[in-house]
Design a protein around this ligand. Sequence first.
Ligand code: AMP
Length: 213
Amino acid sequence: MKVIMLGAPGAGKGTQAKMIADEYKIPHISTGDIFRANIKNGTELGKKAKTYMDKGELVPDELVVDLIMSRFAEDDCKNGYVLDGFPRTIPQAEALDAALAKNDDHVDVAIDIEVPDENIIRRMGGRRACTNCGATYHVVYNPPKVEGVCDVCGQKLILRDDDKPETVKNRLNVYHTQTQPLINYYKKKDILKTVDGTQDMNKVFADIKAVLG
Ligand code: AMP
């Protein structure tokens, strides 16, 4: 099963993608996480990506497409995957479709998690991410067991630079102009499913399971 998560930054794509990955035993692939791991390890790719990410802009398509194609070549992708944060532009979606078509394959479903901008801005300020393993939390909606400490690895939680209010506004603009057109792209292909992302995260997941079957 090949699933794409759509929705604004902060709509809950990452949280839901992890739940889908656990339930359906497919890998969760987040381009944002891959970039952050590269930044942490000081790679050339990480250095290039950081200049865009810190401003809330998108990393250029060529860099993202090359990165994701090499990830798909790994063994765990044989039975599908859930993509979180890719594609984010029409050229990326077309590159994905073209790569899959080479093997007579296609995306099965694109899930759009709908959340109004006002809710997003309120949510993002409460987001916390682990400096070590990248796990994400929310101070109100999904708090860690111990404040400021990652449940998974015990390291410190921070407000990411790209979750700071001024960057969030820019990310939302970027989302509306560059990523939202994907909703129509997948609607036309008749594989778009929309869920209400303002609900409790377990209810959102129940709606997603109903869609995925
Ligand atoms: P995310 O964690 O998915 O919100 O991604 C964080 C940042 O990484 C984004 O704001 C972009 O700068 C960059 N990024 C992640 N995925 C992509 C993508 N598919 N295309 C371009 N930039 C991306």
